[in-house]
Write a protein that binds this ligand. Structure first.
Ligand SMILES: [Zn+2]
Length: 433
């Protein structure tokens, strides 16, 4: 349907107000308008409200099918991805995930093992329409010396297809070894990465956070935290991160993932935390599928009673940038998943109520994470922007989010790509003992 020449006109395309800055059109209650898009030399050379009379003879009529910009997935773990067959989570719990992954990492994560699973993950993400992706990299010794060179090579290999970023991942107690942490920060800076830690409510949390901020400031790094991935109301590290950002006068970007416990805390505490998060300029990413899987998992096989996600509506109402992302795929933290951001958006719509109204929630999988990742112009459809978009079958939210849309067309640099997904059998030899 999309020609390979790289120059064509798409007529009668359904686009969303939240992802088409600069488009003057009449948008309906769902935020959609019909538009015509002209593509030339890999770029969108024009996007305008659909005019029947002006439809060019050679235009491809999409009959109102939805076109969205390619996705941005700002929180993943492609170094862990797809180890499930050799290391499942024994009971579906968070501790089960942590222990199983730690054992697998120590035993199996050679450079080749990590590289092959990463490449598999990236091929899936690319086929589903993802254009930029940030992964965390387990950086507990000696893994940092194995995984960071693999990441650097993988980023090169995928340049032009997926903009790949990485953040180091370690429990905040690892920062106590100052010399080692300083070396890690230097290594992350050398790779143009992002500094990341998992915060826990340790007695010296504030001191350790100051060290993290000091290293980020020293090397000019952005920050990316895993915080409060628990139902424990005493977990308030999101607030501690915001306070640390304020008193350190941090000017880089900070992304905080999870923040599950916030949804369990008393309203007054929540308001205080959100004030500080907004003031400190933090962005928050929710990982709805992983949270649904791990949070409120009960050892006695009783039914979970809460969804696990954080307070995205309250955050957005305060102007805090909010995103949703894939997180783990087929590893002990989440048994499922394929880095399909349409699936993430569909699940987020159901779990987090991204509807009635839809408003500008589509930005949470496109332009908002792009800004957090400093990717100018990514995640929108605009004249002069690159022609990176997805053509769906659906013509409305209910059509788009009811089917997997496995037959979507992904256009990159103005050309439809081969969307063949990698075969699981490719990884079989990595899964044997
Ligand atoms: Zn994560």
């Amino acid at each position: 349907m999309i020609p390979t020449s790289g120059s064509f006109h798409l007529a009668n395309v359904r686009v969303h107000r939240s992802l088409t800055p600069g488009l003057t059109a009449t948008f309906d209650a769902d935020g959609f308008a019909l538009a015509d898009i002209t593509v030339a030399d890999g770029k969108i050379s024009g996007i305008a409200a659909h005019k029947k009379s002006k439809t060019l003879a050679d235009a491809i009529d999409l009959a109102g099918r939805i076109v969205l910009p390619c996705f941005v997935d700002c929180h993943t773990h492609i170094d862990k991805g797809h180890i499930w067959p050799r290391k499942p989570n024994p009971d579906g719990s968070f501790m089960g995930a942590l222990n199983a992954t730690g054992a697998d990492r120590a035993a199996r994560w050679s450079a080749e093992d990590v590289a092959r699973r990463m490449d598999f993950s990236l091929r899936s993400a690319y086929a589903h329409g993802t254009r930029a992706l940030r992964t965390h990299l387990d950086s507990v010794p000696p893994q940092e010396e194995i995984s960071w060179p693999v990441f650097e090579a993988m980023r090169e290999k995928w340049r032009g297809r997926i903009e790949l970023q990485a953040a180091c991942l370690l429990g905040i107690e690892g920062v106590r070894d100052k010399k080692w942490f300083e070396r890690l920060a230097k290594r992350v800076a050398a790779a143009k990465g992002v500094l990341g830690v998992v915060t826990y409510m340790v007695p010296d949390l504030e001191e350790l956070l100051d060290k993290v901020f000091a290293e980020a400031i020293k090397h000019g790094l952005d920050l990316d935290f895993h915080a409060d991935e628990t139902d424990d109301v005493a977990a308030i590290s999101l607030k501690k991160i915001a306070e640390a950002a304020l008193w350190n006068g941090f000017e880089g970007n900070i992304l905080v993932g999870h923040c599950c416990s916030l949804a369990r805390q008393p309203d007054l505490d929540v308001l205080d935390t959100l004030d500080k998060v907004a003031k400190a300029g933090l962005a928050v990413v929710s990982l709805p599928m992983c949270n649904l899987y791990l949070q409120d998992r009960r050892a006695d096989q009783t039914t979970p009673r809460w969804r696990g996600v954080t307070l995205l509506h309250e955050m957005k109402a305060r102007g805090i940038p909010v995103a949703v992302a894939s997180d783990n795929t087929r590893d002990p933290f989440y048994a499922y998943g394929d880095l399909d951001m349409l699936e993430v958006y569909r699940m987020a719509t159901r779990i987090l109520h991204f509807d009635h109204p839809v408003g500008d929630w589509p930005q949470a999988v496109a332009s908002t994470p792009a800004k957090v990742m400093r990717l100018d112009g990514v995640g929108t459809l605009a004249t002069g922007g690159s022609a990176d978009f997805i053509v769906f079958k659906g013509r409305s939210w209910t059509e788009l989010l009811s089917r997997p849309e496995s037959d979507r067309i992904v256009v990159r640099d103005g050309k439809a790509i081969d969307r063949q997904l990698p075969d699981y059998a490719e990884l079989d030899e990595l899964m044997v003992d």
